[in-house]
Design a protein around this ligand. Structure first.
Ligand SMILES: [Zn+2]
Length: 391
């Protein structure tokens, strides 16, 4: 296990590993894991994200894995052609054990919970986060309660229950979450602050996305487009690319772009105004429920500024169009993931630059959504005469 601690992104105060769910005890800003000394990137063994154990803050005896990570980085020729970007890659996180990038978050997060002595975990979810938490709770052998968003898919609630966790649909999740942590000894696999601060241990899981992209491309891309809500999906890979640079493995880092739905785009509004904080979206609405958080954390916004990037938004029609385009090329994603492509399609990237879109989660966990956007009749027992014109 590397020599590491938690360090405040704002005031740089350092703290021993522990639960700081309201952020830095001194200033309230986000904490992140900081490493002392130099470590190799990989070790010889370890499954999933744990092959990067020399750059992760949990000793081997606490590590939890379902074989997450090692996801494909793919070129889709039809999409490249439509986008006019020959080097448009997709980091396909739907290939994770519960079909979303959240598995990296919880592999790191549940391992940290065990390291810190917690046997019970609570979280809140619009879907992916809770399904993944339930699976990793099962793998870790810890109790898990998942507060589900009112609009979360019934399928996902059933999945959470089948994994052995307790799914609870709850309107005001924050207050109950605080009670479970304060009075019942639960570890929050989420953030509890009113304005999101990055989850330091979950971010460590997400940063391995950057490590893998660097290995798969043999270099870092010119641009990376990440769908964002709380913002960790962008901040995590950004931290990973930064560590690669610190380790001397690359002399440059990508330009980071956050992708949001036009109906809920607090980062885009903050970016356009040049703000340093992300305000609250008053009436969030979008088919992309996974990125419909009404606000987000400062670390991702700062990463966008520091990388010379941007925050982009896409309309509902553009998101559904991108989802259909990806499906027609062979990858079925949820609307939040399609938002990354929808934004990349109109970002104006130079054709000779390398772009990676992060596909965070599968469409297969959202049956109602898939049904709602499918627009062709399905033939049932047609005669040959009815079938022939389609052949
Ligand atoms: Zn601080």
């Amino acid at each position: 296990m590397p020599d590491s601690c938690l360090k405040c992104l704002s005031c740089a105060a350092e703290f021993p590993h522990g639960l700081y769910s309201h952020g830095c005890p001194k200033c309230g800003e986000a904490l992140e894991v900081a490493y002392r000394g130099t470590q190799a990137l990989e070790n010889a063994g370890g499954a999933g994200i744990w092959r990067f154990a020399p750059r992760l803050p949990v000793p081997v005896e606490f590590q939890v894995s379902l074989g997450e990570g090692n996801t494909p980085l793919v070129l889709l020729p039809a999409v490249s052609k439509a986008a006019g970007l020959p080097s448009l890659y997709f980091k396909n996180e739907t290939a994770n054990p519960t079909w979303s990038f959240k598995d990296r978050f919880h592999a790191a997060g549940f391992s940290a919970a065990r390291m810190l002595g917690y046997g019970k975990v609570v979280t809140s979810t619009t879907g992916n986060h809770g399904v993944s938490a339930a699976a990793y709770a099962a793998a870790a052998g810890v109790k898990c309660v998942v507060f589900c968003h009112q609009e979360s898919s019934p399928l996902q609630r059933h999945m959470i229950g089948l994994y052995g966790a307790l799914p609870v649909v709850l309107e005001r999740q924050q207050a109950m979450l605080e009670v479970l942590v304060r009075d019942y000894g639960y570890f929050p696999a989420t953030t509890m602050a009113p304005l999101p601060v990055a989850n330091a241990y979950g971010v460590e899981g997400y940063k391995t996305i950057a490590y893998e992209i660097w290995q798969q491309l043999g270099r870092v891309p010119d641009h990376m487009v990440c769908p964002i809500s709380a913002g960790d999906a962008l901040y995590g890979p950004w931290k990973g690319f930064g560590e690669l640079r610190q380790m001397g493995l690359t002399d440059r880092v990508p330009v980071m772009h956050g992708a949001q739905a036009s109906g809920c785009c607090p980062y885009v509004k903050a970016f356009r105004a040049g703000d340093r904080t992300v305000a609250v979206e008053e009436h969030p609405h979008s088919i992309a429920l996974s990125i419909r958080d009404e606000t987000g954390g400062r670390p991702a916004l700062q990463a966008i500024y520091d990388s010379g990037g941007s925050a982009l938004d896409a309309t509902e029609e553009e998101i559904v169009g991108a989802l259909r385009l990806l499906a027609s090329a062979g990858i079925l994603v949820e609307p939040a993931s399609a938002t990354a492509l929808a934004c990349a399609l109109k970002a104006g990237f130079p054709a000779d630059e390398t772009v990676v879109c992060l596909l965070t989660g599968s469409g297969a966990k959202w049956p109602e959504t898939m049904e709602s956007i499918y627009d062709r009749p399905i033939l049932e027992n047609p005669t040959l005469e009815e079938l022939a014109p389609l052949l």
